[in-house]
Design a protein around this ligand. Structure first.
Ligand SMILES: CC(C)(COP(=O)(O)OP(=O)(O)OC[C@H]1O[C@@H](n2cnc3c(N)ncnc32)[C@H](O)[C@@H]1OP(=O)(O)O)[C@@H](O)C(=O)NCCC(=O)NCCS
Length: 113
């Protein structure tokens, strides 16, 4: 129904980069992507990760909301900056903004309490 993939930066092990998160069309809007991110980062934060990095195209409202809500739930600051402009790509491509969330200091309680 959905997945999240990413990697821990070898040169900065306190940062995990979320490469892709996707949920099947029929299952969207039920909080599944948020639950996948919470479950993954509960494990990563317990193992020393403090920052989530991801890139998002500025027109991807669902994704922007998803990571905005994650930052709120984890009570962590979110910094947004331009990483790649459209002109940086050799073919037609939307710009990619970098979202950096952290420090993630407290494992999020999945019960919401
Ligand atoms: C982005 C994506 C993973 C979200 O999955 P999801 O399970 O529907 O997300 P959630 O239900 O956890 O919702 C997260 C937030 O996004 C909002 N949202 C979901 N779909 C939305 C849409 N189409 N437009 C605007 N907001 C949307 C939800 O209301 C929720 O906001 P809230 O926390 O403020 O209530 C899903 O839309 C998707 O697979 N998109 C295609 C792949 C993609 O673009 N991935 C991101 C690039 S890395």
């Amino acid at each position: 129904m959905g997945f999240v993939i990413g990697y821990r930066r070898p040169d900065a092990p306190d940062t995990a980069l979320v490469w892709q998160v996707a949920v099947d069309d029929a299952q969207r809007g039920r909080g599944l992507a948020g639950k996948l991110l919470d479950a993954l980062f509960n494990r990563l934060v317990a193992d020393g990760v403090r920052y989530l990095d991801t890139t998002i195209t500025p027109d991807n409202e669902a994704s922007i909301r998803l990571f905005g809500s994650f930052a709120k739930r984890w009570n962590a600051p979110l910094e947004r900056s331009e990483l790649f402009a459209a002109s940086d790509f050799p073919d037609e491509h939307e710009p990619e903004d970098l979202f950096r969330i952290g420090p993630l200091v407290r494992a999020h309680d999945e019960t919401g309490r």
